[in-house]
Design a protein around this ligand. Structure first.
Ligand SMILES: NC(=O)c1ccc[n+]([C@@H]2O[C@H](COP(=O)([O-])OP(=O)(O)OC[C@H]3O[C@@H](n4cnc5c(N)ncnc54)[C@H](O)[C@@H]3O)[C@@H](O)[C@H]2O)c1
Length: 250
């Protein structure tokens, strides 16, 4: 199991769900974590939770769809924490709905957060990693819906498909510099995103789509993130790892 002592990790969307679970696990295994999220109250909660346990943590409020905010988060990690060794690109959202009703605004907001935000953060982290010259690891939170389709989820499926291939392209571009880029593709995981998107019947229906007949837990995804971010994955780059109870094996 990888330890992260001496490593600095920036985690986006760290105030909730999969980002919070990833931040908790990386910090518990020794990383210094920069939490980045637009939810100021949530950010404060997670920051205090980790700090109270004696874990090393800092936080920055901002929006990943704003490239200046992304640059500032990375700059804060460099100035305050000494660099960026790991980026967990996780902030994102989705909403089910018929394509014929989707507004231009929704489509653009989805792309701005779910694609642009991943690019802005990756670019900022890569610049820092290249300048430091000691490599690094980027883990992109994609989705099973970047690997297979589902109806009435067009903007999300398009964005997550983009993240899967962004992962491969970045991995190839920076493999020679020791920067590994991988993605995790979670199945449906019980987080506030799912609780706010699906009612109980919807959750049961989605749980049933997984061969393991349940939704995943955030900690199960965080373990995949930590594996790909850590030295145990030292020869792994350009990989997309489903953490999905068998969903994409069908
Ligand atoms: N929960 C699932 O079933 C599931 C499955 C596959 C992939 N994912 C992906 O995992 C990631 C996290 O999802 P989650 O379920 O933990 O959701 P969540 O809603 O619980 O948490 C998302 C966090 O991202 C933050 N965020 C959203 N937009 C932001 C922005 N523009 N700038 C900064 N922060 C922003 C939110 O404030 C929130 O704290 C997303 O990319 C999501 O698509 C989730």
């Amino acid at each position: 199991m990888s330890g992260f002592e001496g490593k600095v990790a920036v985690v986006t969307g760290a105030a909730s769900g999969l980002g919070a679970a990833s931040a908790r696990l990386l910090a518990a295994r020794g990383a210094t974590v920069m939490l980045f999220d637009r939810d100021v109250d949530g950010l404060t909660r997670i920051r205090e939770e980790l700090a109270t346990k004696g874990l090393r943590v800092d936080a920055m409020a901002g929006d990943v769809s704003n490239s200046a905010n992304c640059d500032a988060a990375v700059a804060k990690a460099v100035a305050g924490l000494g660099g960026v060794d790991i980026l967990v690109n996780n902030a994102g959202f989705g909403r089910l709905g018929p394509t014929e009703d989707m507004t231009d605004d929704f489509w653009r907001t989805s792309a701005a957060v779910n694609i642009d935000g991943y690019f802005y953060m990756a670019r900022a982290a890569i610049r820092t990693m290249l300048a430091a010259g000691s490599g690094g690891a980027i883990v992109n939170m994609a989705s099973i819906y970047g690997l297979v389709g589902i109806g009435s989820h067009l903007a999300y499926c398009a964005a997550k498909g983009a993240i899967v291939n962004m992962t491969r392209s970045l991995a190839l571009e920076y493999a020679g510099c020791g920067i590994r880029v991988n993605a995790v593709c979670p199945g449906v995981i019980l987080t506030p995103l799912i609780q706010s998107t699906l009612d109980d019947a919807g959750q049961a229906r989605f749980a049933d789509l997984h061969p393991m007949k349940r939704m995943g837990q955030p900690e199960e995804v965080a373990r995949g993130v930590a594996f790909l971010a850590g030295d145990e994955a030292s020869f792994i780059t350009g990989v997309v790892l489903p953490v999905d109870g068998g969903y994409t094996a069908q």
